[in-house]
Design a binder for this molecule. Structure first.
Ligand SMILES: Nc1ncnc2c1ncn2[C@@H]1O[C@H](COP(=O)(O)OP(=O)(O)OP(=O)(O)O)[C@@H](O)[C@H]1O
Ligand SMILES: CC(=O)N[C@H]1[C@@H]2OC[C@@H](O2)[C@@H](O)[C@@H]1O[C@H](C)C(=O)O
Length: 395
């Protein structure tokens, strides 16, 4: 309808926008909601995160998602129901957050919704020459728009794939616009379920930025914690601290072919999961080592795969960390020790480490609506210069 297009045009041409960025990642812990005020666009965009919250998922929802998450065969019935259910639920969670913050829905310009990744299948994994990269996120944007009354931009990864990318990591776009520096080379490391890096040399042109997944973040440790007992994750590394690293197992884990693939590359729990870990324990006849020692070894493996990647980057850089992994003290200690230098939180750069991914999707939606083709120019490493996201109007 013309009135919707006119409203969108007014939002796009206004000097600033109030955008809610959403992220629900591979850890399935809940929905991150960041309320961002963004002035301008492209390299001159200025972002202030005014509110942030995470609304946890119920046990029932986690288990329903786990049944379809990263599985080659799933019930189509469950998948179809979840697509609508998650969209609607995310809308309700936003309404709740806005109520708590005492902010009216009609003062928010846009919602930027990542959705829930269910399956990620880059061609490096499926290896079918005639098929493109592919990825699937659910939680339909129309449901979010309808239940909040706010225009919703969603499903950001498909355009990236349609133009030859792997659909991830998309962090490069927001990191480049918000966190590039003239003074220092920076590596932004996000440790969610999967860990990824953005390398931003000082005064970088988009072409010189490197962004890639590096391997598991918390996903293997979370899976082991869930299998070990009634834990969602190894809180404060309490389990790992009771064990010790098994060097033969660590060497075996580091043989995974993904670790040796050149950058950029993407992965997910389709590759790094408990079945794979169990097969590796069997391969080195170490099924009997204690769970704490398994956890300590997974913690070290995660740190080694991250640091191996950082060491491949062209220049020495300052490392700024975000994502839930920042709360795992042993993981940070391992990373810092292997790098032989201190690491920092993105909080030091003014970006809340827990909110960063949700913020980045607000930036991508801002570019989709108000940006122009000059923001990203070309990047030879499969990072197309395209607008990402689909627009859902509330009615
Ligand atoms: N106190 C803590 N101790 C150890 N680990 C923690 C702690 N708090 C959070 N975590 C880890 O952080 C994870 C959640 O991280 P985050 O929300 O960044 O992941 P995500 O966004 O779902 O993942 P991705 O970025 O891969 O999509 C938890 O599953 C847990 O492993
Ligand atoms: C397919 C998918 O959802 N990938 C996620 C996941 O979580 C971390 C890592 O794997 C990253 O590639 C990506 O998310 C972030 C937000 C990204 O696109 O930058």
């Amino acid at each position: 309808m013309l009135q919707h297009i006119e409203k969108l045009k007014n939002i796009a041409t206004a000097p600033e926008r109030l955008i809610i960025g959403l992220m629900s990642g591979t850890s399935l812990d809940g929905l991150d909601i960041a309320l961002c005020r963004i002035t301008g666009n492209g390299k001159s965009a200025v972002l202030r995160c005014e509110e942030f919250t995470t609304i946890g998922y119920s046990k029932e929802l986690k288990s329903a998602i786990q049944q379809v998450f990263a599985k080659q065969s799933v019930s189509l019935d469950s998948l179809c129901l979840l697509n609508a259910q998650i969209g609607h639920l995310h809308g309700e969670m936003i309404n709740q957050a806005l109520l708590n913050w005492q902010i009216r829905n009609d003062s928010v310009d846009l919602i930027a919704s990542h959705g829930q990744t269910i399956y990620h299948r880059p061609s490096s994994l499926h290896q079918i020459k005639s098929q493109p990269n592919s990825t699937l996120q659910i939680g339909d944007g129309d449901h979010i728009a309808a239940s909040t009354g706010i225009i919703t931009v969603s499903d950001f990864r498909q355009k990236h794939i349609a133009h030859g990318g792997e659909g991830a990591p998309l962090a490069i776009y927001g990191d480049y616009l918000l966190l590039s520096s003239e003074q220092e080379h920076r590596t932004l490391l996000n440790i969610g379920g999967i860990a990824n890096i953005t390398y931003l040399p000082s005064n970088a042109s988009f072409d010189n930025v490197i962004c890639s997944d590096v391997g598991p973040g918390n996903t293997l440790m979370d899976a082991l914690a869930r299998a070990y007992g009634d834990y969602d994750f190894d809180k404060d590394a309490a389990i790992a601290k009771q064990g010790s690293v098994n060097e033969s197992l660590l060497t075996q884990l580091l043989q995974h072919p993904f670790i040796k693939l050149p950058l950029p590359k993407t992965t997910g729990p389709e590759t790094f999961n408990l079945d794979w870990f169990t097969s590796q324990l069997k391969a080195v006849h170490l099924e009997d080592i204690s769970v704490p020692s398994q956890m300590a070894t997974l913690n070290a493996f995660t740190a080694h795969s991250i640091v191996n990647t950082i060491k491949q980057l062209p220049e020495f850089s300052t490392v700024y960390i975000s994502g839930g992994g920042i709360h795992n003290p042993l993981l940070l200690e391992n990373i810092s020790e292997l790098l032989a230098r201190p690491v920092f939180s993105t909080n030091k750069l003014g970006v809340d480490a827990d909110a960063k991914e949700a913020i980045l999707f607000a930036v991508i939606a801002n570019e989709c609506v108000a940006g122009n083709e000059r923001a990203f120019l070309s990047n030879k490493r499969n990072q197309p210069n395209v607008s990402m996201g689909k627009v859902s109007f509330p009615s």
